[in-house]
Design a protein. Structure first.
Length: 156
């Protein structure tokens, strides 16, 4: 009969989630808890709303903070149907409580670029395949115009 290796050796070979991913999951759990208890508060004090989004953006370092601030303004101006909220500790924008798009700081997850992503609730369907996430190293006027078009399509 073959000798079995202890489970401990298997666990060492699999690193699992990074510290940043675990932090994001903890933040999401806190957001869900706040949302569950937030039903008793007025809409103005809704947990995870604009004040929380602005606070998360303020915690970011440049250039992610600058891009997140500009993206927040672009969303508010061009997709007023979307409500700001935090999602895994990052700025996100929801319609009817469901996240449509989000900004993910590259610095938080130690990647070389930030990400603008769209969830399945975004109406971006185009044929059998379409992009749902975009790498951002900076926001140019052309990039903003493309984002505005995506936002308008996403909420249509």
């Amino acid at each position: 009969m073959a000798e079995r290796k202890p489970a401990k050796a298997t666990q060492k070979a699999h690193k699992g989630f990074t510290a940043e991913e675990r932090d994001a999951m903890r933040e999401r759990a806190q957001e869900l808890k706040a949302e569950a208890h937030g039903g008793r508060r007025g809409k103005k004090d809704k947990p995870g709303g604009e004040a929380d989004v602005l606070a998360k953006i303020a915690e970011m370092q440049e250039p992610d903070r600058v891009m997140a601030e500009r993206l927040h303004a672009v969303v508010k101006e061009n997709a007023p149907a979307l409500s700001p909220k935090t999602w895994y500790g990052m700025p996100a924008y929801a319609k009817d409580g469901k996240v449509v798009c989000f900004f993910q700081s590259g610095q938080k997850f130690k990647t070389r670029y930030a990400t603008l992503g769209f969830n399945d609730t975004a109406n971006l369907d185009e044929g059998a395949m379409w992009p749902v996430a975009f790498a951002l190293k900076e926001l140019t006027a052309a990039d903003e115009a493309r984002i505005v078009a995506l936002l308008k399509k996403a909420v249509s």
